[in-house]
Design a protein around this ligand. Structure first.
Ligand SMILES: Nc1nc2c(c(=O)[nH]1)N[C@H]1C(S)=C(S)[C@@H](COP(=O)(O)OP(=O)(O)OC[C@H]3O[C@@H](n4cnc5c(=O)[nH]c(N)nc54)[C@H](O)[C@@H]3O)O[C@H]1N2
Ligand SMILES: Nc1nc2c(c(=O)[nH]1)N[C@H]1C(S)=C(S)[C@@H](COP(=O)(O)OP(=O)(O)OC[C@H]3O[C@@H](n4cnc5c(=O)[nH]c(N)nc54)[C@H](O)[C@@H]3O)O[C@H]1N2
Ligand code: SF4
Ligand SMILES: [Mo]
Length: 713
């Protein structure tokens, strides 16, 4: 038996794991007590690392489609098939004819963070897509406009704050996002124990809301109005106090004018939060010594995600809490660098998507339009697709339409460990090794962490015979795409390590990979420190508080009419501690216990619609329909229903034995690919209009199960 230390790659919290290894097998997993950041914390997913690693459905070699069937093949055969599949299409139809979709785990793998950008460059296509436009892109666009870089995102300094206003996030379930902090529940408890206050805004009484001082049940998609009302209130009552930020911020007067129409009495009926509560929040937020406002999925994947995300930071600025201890702060990661304090600024729309004319954002196009680009004939049509670590068939809105589009591709290659809803369409699947056989550096999440941390975890278990490191897989794809052929021996891990070492040495702490190797529990580089103005890349060298594209959008909101009370329902999502988007439902230890894929509905709505607990409800939206088990609870506000995403593992050809036993339904059969946040092209995954009814019962008393219909084609 051997002990090895690694970093959990499963969510953004970067917990240290202590693995007990018998030969090549991980036999037990504990939190690493000596990890400088997580100090022994672990969640059920981290504890299941060994089971995930040993999943019998995990591919242990490539698959290549022969006569319609995905059969095992050697790596050389698989790469030859990729070359033979992609190159003729690129030659005949140009670079844009091949699309790339990079899914969420790309930011959790060394291959993704070191070579993901090079893969995009080597492909040279405008058809680049990722999970970012199903997720945090609105925050990035807002930060791009305000700070000049879409990668400058301030995180709540949770360990030192006195007041945290949290919207649309449930870190007790998600472990935090765009906010890297192992054991967020513990850190939030500590905040309250030292006399601080936690306020949670969520249409659902989430696990986090249960542990808060106050829960405000907002109307889904309406946080923008609450925040506009709060900003109005701060100005109206003379509570704006920029303090040290005064000299670093421009546009305050313009914001004041912009939010002028949004009096609390005006916004109250749009967001379902009364004016008195808004006034309270303004008093508390401005009165706290050190306060932070934080918004996540429920503030980004909504109709006005960019404006909402912008408002979160506007409130942090107006209360003087941006860039100060106990407020929201910018990390300085070991791979980062100090800037000059100004730059060219940020733009979107340098090009537009072919079919819908949606703007480019940070070099990519919105994932909502991938199906259009594949399905719509004409010059520039997407004929082939590369996916790396993505399952868009479950994660993209109107997913049935994308499912059908993928079936019509001329060629598809996926870098993925599973034959799942997406990769079942591939002609070649290139599986990465299991997590225990991977080296890890959390390049992405140390840019969002509440302390500055550096930690390198070399692979705990040697690479099994027949497997290829994911760095090698991606570098070989890069070689194929840049015309160097499919047979080059690249040494991808060594290249990644050299790059990492080089970036560490050039970084602000002048570290080296050797130093990191000597410290398997990580190096704590200390608490966050102020970074204004050096972090700014705006032309003015200031925080630009009132960017023109955002101001235009706010003016449109001001002009829109009031929302009356009605009986319509909107769909929102949720996460559970035992899940990870679409891909961990195959781990038996995580799937034990009650069914996670239910629809939460308020007792009043259930009674009105005649729904019984445990029965099936038929949920219909503009694009589709699903039948889902009803869970009646006053945890959810009237008017909202909640179904988690990432389920629906009942498609033919999927090789997920455990997940298939409890397949659940795919909530993205309901979400609408036509609904986007206009400034970022990000999908609207929350606040989707739906109708709900009991599933009709047939003559013999059995519920009629219908296949979901995709009406959005
Ligand atoms: N309705 C609704 N839809 C949503 C959301 C929502 O809240 N509601 N959330 C959205 C969000 S925030 C996100 S991030 C997206 C996620 O969307 P995606 O990134 O498309 O999907 P995931 O479910 O994360 O799928 C990850 C894929 O990576 C594979 N994988 C796992 N580990 C590795 C690895 O180490 N290497 C490689 N190459 N592959 C690996 C898995 O098998 C799986 O196929 O979903 C979005 N969709
Ligand atoms: N266990 C687990 N952890 C995960 C993941 C997972 O699938 N499972 N996924 C990871 C990923 S990819 C991401 S992006 C993060 C996401 O991290 P979080 O944003 O913390 O994710 P959720 O737990 O979905 O919390 C979102 C909350 O927003 C609420 N909500 C929905 N609509 C609205 C709205 O209009 N307004 C407001 N105010 N609230 C709303 C929901 O009820 C829910 O409680 O989690 C990551 N961590
Ligand atoms: S909180 Fe995230 S990083 Fe920590 S053990 Fe759980 S899944 Fe892994
Ligand atoms: Mo995400």
């Amino acid at each position: 038996m051997q002990t090895a230390y690694t970093t959990c790659p499963l969510c953004e919290a970067t917990c240290g794991l202590e693995l007990t290894i018998d030969g090549e097998r991980v036999v037990s997993v504990r939190g690493d007590q000596h990890d400088v950041f997580s100090a022994g914390f672990i969640c059920p997913k981290g504890a299941a690392f060994g089971d995930l690693d040993a999943d019998p459905d995990r591919l242990r070699g490539p698959r290549v489609r022969r006569d319609g069937v995905l059969v095992p093949a050697s790596w050389d055969e698989a790469f030859a098939a990729v070359e033979a599949g992609l190159l003729p299409i690129l030659q005949a139809h140009g670079r844009d004819s091949v699309a790339l979709y990079q899914g969420n785990p790309n930011v959790h793998t060394l291959a993704g963070v070191m070579f993901g950008g090079q893969l995009r460059k080597a492909l040279g296509s405008r058809n680049l897509y990722s999970a970012s436009t199903l997720d945090q892109m609105p925050k990035q666009v807002a930060c791009g406009y305000m700070y000049g870089s879409p990668f400058s995102i301030a995180v709540p300094d949770v360990d030192r704050t006195d007041y945290l206003l949290m919207l649309g996030a449930d870190p007790y379930s998600s472990n935090g996002s765009l906010w890297t902090a192992p054991d967020l529940p513990g850190r939030l408890r500590a905040l309250r124990e030292r006399g601080g206050r936690l306020v949670v805004v969520d249409p659902r009484r989430s696990r986090t809301a249960r542990h808060a001082d106050r829960h405000i049940a907002i109307r889904p998609g309406a946080d923008v109005y609450l925040l506009l009302g709060l900003a109005h209130e701060l100005f109206a009552r003379g509570l704006v106090a920029l303090g040290r930020l005064e000299e670093h911020v421009t546009g305050v007067a313009a914001v004041r004018a912009l939010v002028e129409p949004f009096r609390p009495e005006v916004v109250a009926n749009r967001c379902g939060v009364d004016a008195a509560t808004i006034a309270d929040l303004a008093t508390e937020l401005s009165g706290a010594d050190r306060a932070a406002v934080y918004g996540r999925i429920g503030t980004t994947t909504v109709p006005h995600g960019t404006v909402t995300s912008w408002l979160v930071d506007v409130l942090n600025v107006l209360t003087g809490n941006l860039d100060r201890p106990g407020g929201v702060m910018f990390p300085l990661p070991a791979l980062g660098h100090r800037g000059k304090g100004s730059g060219p600024g940020f733009v979107t729309g340098r090009w537009h998507s072919r079919v819908r004319g949606l703007p480019e954002v940070i070099g990519e196009l919105p994932a909502v339009t991938l199906a259009d680009e594949i399905a719509e004939p004409g010059p520039g049509q997407v004929r082939a697709l590369i996916t790396t670590a993505g399952n868009p068939v479950l994660s993209v809105p109107n997913s049935d339409r994308l499912d059908r589009a993928l079936a019509g591709l001329e060629f598809m290659v996926s870098v993925d460990p599973y034959v799942n809803e997406t990769t079942r369409h591939a002609d070649v699947i290139l599986p990465p090794p299991p997590p225990s056989q991977k080296s890890h550096y959390d390049a992405a999440f140390y840019t969002l962490s509440v302390r500055n941390i550096a930690k390198y975890s070399p692979r705990p278990v040697p690479l099994a015979p027949g497997l290829l490191d994911e760095c090698d897989i991606v570098v070989r794809l890069i070689a194929i795409l840049s015309g160097q052929g499919s047979t080059v021996d690249v040494g991808g891990v060594e290249v990644a390590e050299r790059l990492l070492d080089d970036r560490l040495r050039r970084g602000p702490y002048e570290l080296s990979l050797e130093q990191l190797r000597a410290r398997p529990h990580g190096i704590d580089l200390g608490p966050l420190t102020p970074r204004l103005p050096e972090i700014l890349r705006t032309p003015s060298g200031r925080v630009e508080l009132c960017p023109a594209p955002i101001a235009a959008e706010v003016n449109r909101l001001a002009a829109s009419g009031p929302v009356g009370p009605d009986e319509s329902l909107v769909l929102i999502g949720r996460r559970h501690l035992r899940t990870n988007n679409s891909w961990m439902h195959n781990v038996p230890s995580l799937m034990r216990g009650r069914d996670l894929c239910t629809m939460l509905i308020n007792p009043a709505d259930a009674a009105r619609l005649g729904l019984a607990p445990g029965a099936a409800a038929r949920v219909t939206s503009r694009v589709g329909q699903v039948d889902v088990t009803v869970e009646i609870t006053d945890d959810i506000a009237a008017g909202a229903v909640s179904i988690p995403h990432g389920f629906g593992h009942d498609r033919p050809g999927v090789e997920l034995t455990v997940a298939g036993r409890q397949p659940g339904v795919n909530s993205n059969r309901l979400t609408d690919d036509q609904a986007v946040d206009p400034l970022s092209g990000t999908a609207v995954l929350n606040a989707v209009p739906v109708t709900v009814a009991p599933v009709p019962v047939s003559g013999n008393g059995a519920a009629v199960r219908t296949e979901a219909v995709g009406a959005g084609a």
